[in-house]
Design a protein around this ligand. Sequence first.
Ligand code: SAM
Length: 291
Amino acid sequence: MTFKTTSLPGTLYVVATPIGNLADITYRAVTVLGTVQLIAAEDTRHSIRLLQHYGINTPCIALHEHNEQQQAKKLVERLEGGISIALISDAGTPLISDPGFHLVNRVHEQGLQVVPIPGASAALAALSVAGLPVDRFCFEGFLPAKTGARRKRLQALRDEMRTLIFYESPHRINATLQQMSEIFGGTRQAVIARELTKTFETIHSDNLEKLSAWVAADSNRQRGEFVLLVKGAEKEAASSVLNPEARRIAEILSAELSSRQAAELAATITGEKKNRLYRYMIGRSPRTERH
Ligand code: SAM
Protein backbone atom coordinates (compact mmCIF):
# COMPACT_ATOMS: atom_id res chain seq x y z
CA MET A 1 0.00 0.00 0.00
CA THR A 2 1.29 3.47 -0.80
CA PHE A 3 0.38 6.69 0.95
CA LYS A 4 0.11 10.07 -0.64
CA THR A 5 0.82 11.58 2.77
CA THR A 6 4.10 13.27 3.33
CA SER A 7 3.88 16.21 5.61
CA LEU A 8 3.61 19.59 3.94
CA PRO A 9 5.78 22.53 5.06
CA GLY A 10 4.13 25.16 7.25
CA THR A 11 1.26 22.82 8.14
CA LEU A 12 -0.18 21.84 11.50
CA TYR A 13 -1.60 18.30 11.57
CA VAL A 14 -4.15 17.58 14.32
CA VAL A 15 -3.72 13.85 14.79
CA ALA A 16 -6.08 11.50 16.65
CA THR A 17 -4.37 8.76 18.68
CA PRO A 18 -5.87 5.64 20.39
CA ILE A 19 -8.14 5.87 23.47
CA GLY A 20 -6.71 2.66 24.93
CA ASN A 21 -5.94 -0.05 22.40
CA LEU A 22 -2.72 0.95 20.64
CA ALA A 23 -3.93 -0.62 17.39
CA ASP A 24 -6.64 2.05 17.06
CA ILE A 25 -4.59 4.47 14.99
CA THR A 26 -4.84 5.10 11.28
CA TYR A 27 -2.11 4.35 8.73
CA ARG A 28 -2.19 8.00 7.80
CA ALA A 29 -1.65 9.09 11.42
CA VAL A 30 1.42 6.84 11.71
CA THR A 31 2.82 8.21 8.44
CA VAL A 32 2.24 11.83 9.42
CA LEU A 33 3.72 11.37 12.90
CA GLY A 34 6.77 9.79 11.28
CA THR A 35 7.29 12.52 8.67
CA VAL A 36 6.58 15.81 10.46
CA GLN A 37 9.60 17.63 11.91
CA LEU A 38 8.05 18.07 15.37
CA ILE A 39 5.30 16.56 17.51
CA ALA A 40 3.56 18.75 20.10
CA ALA A 41 2.26 16.31 22.71
CA GLU A 42 0.15 16.91 25.81
CA ASP A 43 2.47 14.69 27.86
CA THR A 44 5.63 13.64 26.04
CA ARG A 45 6.39 10.79 28.49
CA HIS A 46 2.93 9.34 27.94
CA SER A 47 3.07 9.60 24.14
CA ILE A 48 6.55 8.09 23.88
CA ARG A 49 5.02 4.65 24.44
CA LEU A 50 2.78 5.00 21.39
CA LEU A 51 5.54 6.50 19.26
CA GLN A 52 8.02 3.77 20.20
CA HIS A 53 5.40 1.12 19.48
CA TYR A 54 5.23 2.39 15.88
CA GLY A 55 8.98 3.06 15.55
CA ILE A 56 8.50 6.83 15.32
CA ASN A 57 11.54 8.92 16.32
CA THR A 58 10.23 12.43 15.62
CA PRO A 59 11.25 14.93 18.33
CA CYS A 60 8.51 15.89 20.78
CA ILE A 61 7.78 18.97 22.83
CA ALA A 62 5.10 19.42 25.49
CA LEU A 63 1.98 21.44 24.86
CA HIS A 64 -0.48 21.28 27.73
CA GLU A 65 -3.08 23.50 29.37
CA HIS A 66 -0.44 25.28 31.50
CA ASN A 67 1.92 26.30 28.68
CA GLU A 68 -0.32 26.36 25.61
CA GLN A 69 -0.35 30.15 25.20
CA GLN A 70 3.47 30.48 25.11
CA GLN A 71 4.01 27.27 23.15
CA ALA A 72 1.41 28.26 20.54
CA LYS A 73 3.32 31.47 19.80
CA LYS A 74 6.61 29.57 19.35
CA LEU A 75 5.03 26.83 17.27
CA VAL A 76 3.38 29.32 14.92
CA GLU A 77 6.78 30.97 14.37
CA ARG A 78 8.24 27.59 13.51
CA LEU A 79 5.38 26.83 11.12
CA GLU A 80 6.00 30.20 9.48
CA GLY A 81 9.63 29.15 9.17
CA GLY A 82 8.43 26.22 7.04
CA ILE A 83 8.42 23.15 9.28
CA SER A 84 5.47 20.79 9.68
CA ILE A 85 4.12 19.96 13.13
CA ALA A 86 1.73 17.31 14.47
CA LEU A 87 -0.43 17.97 17.51
CA ILE A 88 -1.44 14.98 19.64
CA SER A 89 -3.04 14.60 23.08
CA ASP A 90 -2.79 11.78 25.62
CA ALA A 91 -5.73 9.97 24.04
CA GLY A 92 -8.22 10.37 21.23
CA THR A 93 -8.78 13.54 19.28
CA PRO A 94 -6.90 16.67 20.37
CA LEU A 95 -9.06 19.65 21.45
CA ILE A 96 -11.96 17.35 22.47
CA SER A 97 -11.77 18.06 26.25
CA ASP A 98 -8.03 18.38 25.58
CA PRO A 99 -5.50 21.15 24.81
CA GLY A 100 -5.02 22.58 21.33
CA PHE A 101 -7.78 25.13 20.80
CA HIS A 102 -5.50 28.10 21.32
CA LEU A 103 -2.86 26.72 18.95
CA VAL A 104 -5.33 25.86 16.17
CA ASN A 105 -6.95 29.26 16.52
CA ARG A 106 -3.60 31.04 16.27
CA VAL A 107 -2.53 29.00 13.24
CA HIS A 108 -5.76 30.04 11.49
CA GLU A 109 -5.18 33.68 12.40
CA GLN A 110 -1.79 33.53 10.68
CA GLY A 111 -3.37 32.07 7.54
CA LEU A 112 -1.47 28.79 7.86
CA GLN A 113 -2.82 25.32 7.05
CA VAL A 114 -4.45 23.06 9.65
CA VAL A 115 -5.09 19.48 8.52
CA PRO A 116 -7.14 16.94 10.51
CA ILE A 117 -5.97 13.34 10.74
CA PRO A 118 -9.18 11.82 12.14
CA GLY A 119 -9.47 8.77 14.35
CA ALA A 120 -10.65 7.70 17.79
CA SER A 121 -12.64 9.82 20.19
CA ALA A 122 -14.25 8.35 23.30
CA ALA A 123 -17.50 10.33 22.84
CA LEU A 124 -18.23 8.97 19.37
CA ALA A 125 -17.00 5.47 20.16
CA ALA A 126 -19.43 5.38 23.10
CA LEU A 127 -22.29 6.86 21.10
CA SER A 128 -21.82 4.28 18.35
CA VAL A 129 -22.53 1.39 20.76
CA ALA A 130 -24.93 3.01 23.26
CA GLY A 131 -28.16 2.16 21.51
CA LEU A 132 -29.47 5.69 22.17
CA PRO A 133 -30.76 8.00 19.43
CA VAL A 134 -27.83 9.34 17.38
CA ASP A 135 -29.63 11.51 14.86
CA ARG A 136 -29.02 14.49 17.16
CA PHE A 137 -26.70 14.58 20.13
CA CYS A 138 -25.08 17.06 22.40
CA PHE A 139 -21.49 16.75 23.71
CA GLU A 140 -21.23 18.19 27.22
CA GLY A 141 -17.67 17.09 28.05
CA PHE A 142 -16.84 17.23 31.77
CA LEU A 143 -19.43 18.59 34.18
CA PRO A 144 -18.20 21.18 36.71
CA ALA A 145 -16.31 19.57 39.61
CA LYS A 146 -18.18 21.41 42.37
CA THR A 147 -21.49 19.88 43.44
CA GLY A 148 -23.50 23.11 43.25
CA ALA A 149 -22.25 24.10 39.81
CA ARG A 150 -22.76 20.53 38.56
CA ARG A 151 -26.34 20.53 39.82
CA LYS A 152 -27.00 23.82 38.05
CA ARG A 153 -25.61 22.52 34.77
CA LEU A 154 -27.68 19.34 35.00
CA GLN A 155 -30.79 21.37 35.78
CA ALA A 156 -30.16 23.49 32.70
CA LEU A 157 -29.96 20.28 30.63
CA ARG A 158 -33.06 18.58 32.01
CA ASP A 159 -35.29 19.50 29.07
CA GLU A 160 -32.65 18.88 26.39
CA MET A 161 -34.21 16.44 23.92
CA ARG A 162 -30.99 15.36 22.19
CA THR A 163 -28.87 12.48 23.51
CA LEU A 164 -26.42 13.89 26.05
CA ILE A 165 -22.77 12.81 26.19
CA PHE A 166 -20.60 13.45 29.25
CA TYR A 167 -17.05 12.61 30.24
CA GLU A 168 -16.67 11.69 33.89
CA SER A 169 -13.85 10.80 36.25
CA PRO A 170 -13.85 7.69 38.48
CA HIS A 171 -14.06 9.63 41.76
CA ARG A 172 -17.20 11.50 40.69
CA ILE A 173 -19.05 8.80 38.78
CA ASN A 174 -21.24 7.76 41.73
CA ALA A 175 -22.21 11.27 42.76
CA THR A 176 -22.92 12.32 39.18
CA LEU A 177 -25.18 9.34 38.51
CA GLN A 178 -27.11 10.03 41.70
CA GLN A 179 -27.53 13.68 40.80
CA MET A 180 -28.60 12.79 37.28
CA SER A 181 -31.16 10.36 38.62
CA GLU A 182 -32.54 13.03 40.93
CA ILE A 183 -32.60 15.82 38.35
CA PHE A 184 -33.44 14.00 35.10
CA GLY A 185 -35.67 11.45 36.88
CA GLY A 186 -34.80 7.84 37.76
CA THR A 187 -36.64 6.39 34.78
CA ARG A 188 -34.55 8.19 32.14
CA GLN A 189 -32.52 5.72 30.02
CA ALA A 190 -28.73 6.04 30.23
CA VAL A 191 -25.58 4.18 29.26
CA ILE A 192 -22.21 3.90 30.90
CA ALA A 193 -19.28 3.21 28.55
CA ARG A 194 -16.24 2.34 30.64
CA GLU A 195 -12.65 1.58 29.59
CA LEU A 196 -13.49 1.54 25.88
CA THR A 197 -11.11 -0.53 23.74
CA LYS A 198 -9.31 -1.77 26.89
CA THR A 199 -9.29 -5.04 28.83
CA PHE A 200 -12.16 -4.15 31.15
CA GLU A 201 -14.37 -2.52 28.54
CA THR A 202 -17.94 -2.38 29.85
CA ILE A 203 -21.03 -1.02 28.20
CA HIS A 204 -24.03 -1.07 30.50
CA SER A 205 -27.45 0.33 29.76
CA ASP A 206 -30.37 0.88 32.15
CA ASN A 207 -32.51 3.62 33.60
CA LEU A 208 -30.64 6.18 35.72
CA GLU A 209 -31.89 4.88 39.05
CA LYS A 210 -30.80 1.30 38.33
CA LEU A 211 -27.58 2.35 36.62
CA SER A 212 -26.65 4.44 39.64
CA ALA A 213 -27.32 1.49 41.99
CA TRP A 214 -25.40 -0.87 39.68
CA VAL A 215 -22.27 1.31 39.73
CA ALA A 216 -22.51 1.91 43.50
CA ALA A 217 -22.81 -1.84 44.18
CA ASP A 218 -19.26 -2.73 43.08
CA SER A 219 -16.14 -0.56 43.44
CA ASN A 220 -14.61 -2.22 40.36
CA ARG A 221 -17.37 -0.62 38.32
CA GLN A 222 -16.16 2.80 39.49
CA ARG A 223 -12.61 2.33 38.12
CA GLY A 224 -11.12 3.60 34.89
CA GLU A 225 -12.38 6.04 32.29
CA PHE A 226 -16.03 6.77 31.61
CA VAL A 227 -18.36 8.18 29.04
CA LEU A 228 -21.89 8.69 30.33
CA LEU A 229 -24.72 8.97 27.84
CA VAL A 230 -28.24 10.01 28.75
CA LYS A 231 -31.28 9.81 26.53
CA GLY A 232 -32.80 13.19 25.75
CA ALA A 233 -35.99 14.31 27.50
CA GLU A 234 -39.31 13.15 26.06
CA LYS A 235 -41.45 16.02 24.86
CA GLU A 236 -44.12 15.60 27.53
CA ALA A 237 -41.76 14.67 30.32
CA ALA A 238 -39.70 17.72 29.48
CA SER A 239 -42.52 20.04 30.44
CA SER A 240 -43.92 18.05 33.36
CA VAL A 241 -40.85 17.26 35.52
CA LEU A 242 -40.34 20.14 37.88
CA ASN A 243 -37.21 20.47 39.99
CA PRO A 244 -38.44 19.45 43.49
CA GLU A 245 -36.12 21.92 45.21
CA ALA A 246 -37.45 24.79 43.10
CA ARG A 247 -41.00 23.68 43.86
CA ARG A 248 -40.25 23.58 47.60
CA ILE A 249 -38.66 27.05 47.59
CA ALA A 250 -41.51 28.54 45.56
CA GLU A 251 -44.05 27.03 47.94
CA ILE A 252 -42.28 28.52 50.98
CA LEU A 253 -41.97 31.93 49.31
CA SER A 254 -45.63 31.92 48.30
CA ALA A 255 -46.58 32.32 51.96
CA GLU A 256 -45.30 35.90 51.68
CA LEU A 257 -45.27 36.63 47.97
CA SER A 258 -47.58 36.36 44.97
CA SER A 259 -47.30 33.18 42.88
CA ARG A 260 -45.54 35.12 40.16
CA GLN A 261 -42.99 36.65 42.54
CA ALA A 262 -42.44 33.31 44.31
CA ALA A 263 -41.91 31.57 40.97
CA GLU A 264 -39.52 34.26 39.77
CA LEU A 265 -37.42 34.19 42.91
CA ALA A 266 -37.33 30.39 43.12
CA ALA A 267 -36.34 30.27 39.44
CA THR A 268 -33.45 32.68 40.06
CA ILE A 269 -32.26 30.62 43.04
CA THR A 270 -32.47 27.18 41.41
CA GLY A 271 -32.17 27.70 37.67
CA GLU A 272 -35.64 26.20 37.09
CA LYS A 273 -37.71 27.82 34.31
CA LYS A 274 -39.82 30.72 35.59
CA ASN A 275 -42.86 29.94 33.45
CA ARG A 276 -42.99 26.29 34.44
CA LEU A 277 -42.81 27.18 38.12
CA TYR A 278 -45.46 29.86 37.70
CA ARG A 279 -47.78 27.43 35.91
CA TYR A 280 -47.28 24.97 38.77
CA MET A 281 -47.91 27.66 41.40
CA ILE A 282 -51.14 28.91 39.91
CA GLY A 283 -52.28 25.32 39.34
CA ARG A 284 -51.95 24.53 43.05
CA SER A 285 -52.94 27.84 44.58
CA PRO A 286 -56.60 28.01 45.63
CA ARG A 287 -56.12 31.41 47.20
CA THR A 288 -56.62 34.74 45.52
CA GLU A 289 -53.52 36.18 43.87
CA ARG A 290 -51.81 39.02 45.66
CA HIS A 291 -50.38 41.69 43.37
N1 SAM B 1 -9.57 13.78 23.58
C1 SAM B 1 -10.21 12.62 24.16
C2 SAM B 1 -11.24 12.08 23.19
O1 SAM B 1 -11.19 12.41 22.00
O2 SAM B 1 -12.09 11.30 23.59
C3 SAM B 1 -10.80 12.92 25.52
C4 SAM B 1 -9.81 13.43 26.51
S1 SAM B 1 -10.48 13.74 28.10
C5 SAM B 1 -9.14 14.54 28.87
C6 SAM B 1 -10.42 12.19 28.88
C7 SAM B 1 -11.80 11.65 29.15
O3 SAM B 1 -12.31 11.01 27.99
C8 SAM B 1 -11.81 10.56 30.23
O4 SAM B 1 -11.87 11.10 31.53
C9 SAM B 1 -13.07 9.81 29.88
O5 SAM B 1 -14.20 10.50 30.34
C10 SAM B 1 -13.03 9.86 28.35
N2 SAM B 1 -12.29 8.70 27.83
C11 SAM B 1 -11.08 8.69 27.26
N3 SAM B 1 -10.72 7.43 26.92
C12 SAM B 1 -11.73 6.62 27.30
C13 SAM B 1 -11.98 5.23 27.23
N4 SAM B 1 -11.08 4.41 26.72
N5 SAM B 1 -13.16 4.76 27.70
C14 SAM B 1 -14.07 5.58 28.23
N6 SAM B 1 -13.90 6.91 28.32
C15 SAM B 1 -12.75 7.43 27.86
